[in-house]
Design a protein around this ligand. Structure first.
Ligand code: ARG
Length: 463
């Protein structure tokens, strides 16, 4: 190979390696947290007499200029500086000169990257929580309108017992409430500042980590520098919390897809959230909830991927952890868009009350009510009542009726043992009465559903 060709090959390899090694093309997302962290660090250095207040002021003003350049699109992101931390520091020194070179005193990129990433995770936790709060409010609005709207409650996707649609929506409100709380507890647990941990062992400089923690809104500094620079639990918790919320989003999406099918027709989604088929002109496809369901997969992937990156790492910092960011950014973006789209889909969907109520007349939803009646009023053992009820169901089938539509003579003639059953049984088999009879705490009755709505409304006031 000629000398010239050899040089070209070396240059190409060097470029590939730079690209491979660098994170700047994605960790630029952390620019505002990086600048915030650096300002706090410089303030602490000045308070501790490690740099002068004049130098601190130059650093702070310079960093704010860098921030502006980034936000105005004037900043040149180049592979020359491996990551956002080096890029910001270098540009700062270009702008302010010597004082810029003092910024990195008593810190390392190892604690810097953890700090930036922690700040990002904490900020996103709060903003995702706000979105969840809005979503819960939407579920409360819909629930309040439908506490008497009958629908078939299902188990195994088979008609089981009559419930009301508001109650079904409140099941989701409760799931999203737990999601909100899960984010809160992660926020509290992880609200500690790694800054000042330095490379892995702390620093000989007389720093005050409590001060930087306070400047950054953290509860306190982390306890062990080695743990701090090795730790990505906060990012994993965010990924898990997002995954669980996406799982809930996926479940309602699945129900929306079913409910908007010809077979159900319980809801109609606004045309904006459905698309047509390129070949079948009559079709309206629920693409949006399908995508919400589908995107859950990538979010789970991001969680598993970071868990896998972390599982074999010796302490302390290893470059492997640079792989922590893209998945987190992706999951955050995915959940942000997913919550806001789901919120709109739910707000704009049309609930087909008639279809839901009609569907309640299929599948003898009140059969359990007959069995419960016999147990409660006639002191019958449940298993005996169960078999007698089966006879009534057979009778209804033979008449092509639902059990809720039988008259007293039809019930009495189902089995000899029922021939004297009180006429009041007819009202027990009525769908609405049945729904309202499940009045135990947390049950489906209109009354209990309203209590559930009130409870979550009150909780919303406290957060
Ligand atoms: N770009 C690196 C990351 O994202 C920053 C920390 C680098 N530290 C080091 N010692 N190489 O993890």
């Amino acid at each position: 190979m000629s000398k010239e060709n050899n040089q070209i090959l070396k240059n190409t390899n060097a470029k590939i390696l730079d690209e491979f090694n660098a994170s700047i093309m994605f960790d630029k997302e952390l620019y505002s947290q990086d600048i915030k962290g650096s300002i706090a660090h410089s303030k602490m250095l000045a308070f501790q007499g490690i740099i002068s207040f004049d130098e601190q002021q130059q650093i702070e003003e310079g960093l704010l200029k860098v921030k502006l350049e980034i936000e105005n699109g004037e900043f040149k992101f180049s592979l020359k500086y491996e990551d956002i931390h080096m890029a910001v520091e270098n540009r700062l020194t270009e702008i302010i000169g010597e004082a810029g070179k003092k910024l990195h005193t008593a810190r390392s990129r190892n604690d810097q990257v953890c700090t930036d990433f922690s700040l990002y995770v904490q900020e996103k936790t709060k903003s995702i929580q706000n979105q969840i709060k809005d979503l819960i409010s939407t579920f409360l609005d819909i629930s309040s309108k439908h506490t008497t709207t009958l629908m078939p409650g299902m188990t195994h996707l088979q008609h089981a017992q009559p419930i009301n649609f508001g109650y079904h929506m409140m099941a989701y409100a409760n799931m999203f409430k737990r999601d909100f709380e899960r984010f809160s507890s992660s926020y509290e647990r992880n609200n500690y500042s790694p800054l000042g941990s330095a490379a892995l062992a702390g620093t000989p400089h007389n720093i005050d980590r409590f001060k930087t923690a306070e400047f950054l809104g953290f509860t306190a500094p982390t306890q062990n520098a080695m743990d701090s620079v090795s730790n990505r639990d906060f990012a994993l918790e965010l990924l898990f919390n997002i995954s669980t919320t996406m799982m809930h989003i996926s479940r309602i999406s699945e129900e929306l897809i079913l409910w908007s099918s010809y077979e159900f027709q319980f809801v109609r989604m606004s045309d904006e959230y459905a698309t047509t088929s390129s070949i079948m002109p009559q079709k309206k496809n629920p693409d949006v909830p399908e995508l919400l369901r589908g995107k859950t997969g990538r979010v789970y992937g991001n969680l598993i991927s970071l868990l896998t990156v972390m599982k074999g790492l010796p302490l302390a910092y290893n470059k492997d952890t640079q792989e922590d960011k893209e998945g987190v950014f992706d999951s955050v973006k995915t959940i942000e868009i997913s919550i806001s789209i789901l919120n709109e889909v739910i707000k704009t969907m049309i609930v087909n009350v008639d279809k839901m109520e009609k569907a309640c007349k299929i599948g003898h939803l009140t059969a359990t009510d007959l069995a419960d009646y016999l147990v409660q009023k006639q002191n019958m053992p449940f298993r005996t009542a169960y078999y007698l009820t089966k006879d009534v169901v057979s009778k209804a089938n033979s008449l092509n009726k639902d059990i809720s539509e039988l008259n007293i003579d039809e019930i009495r003639s189902s089995n000899d043992e029922l021939k004297n059953i009180n006429e009041e049984i007819v009202s027990y088999l009525n769908l609405k009465n049945s729904m309202n009879s499940r009045n135990s705490f947390g049950g489906t009755s209109t009354y209990q559903t309203q209590i559930q709505i009130e409870n979550i409304k009150n909780w919303l006031q406290t957060i």
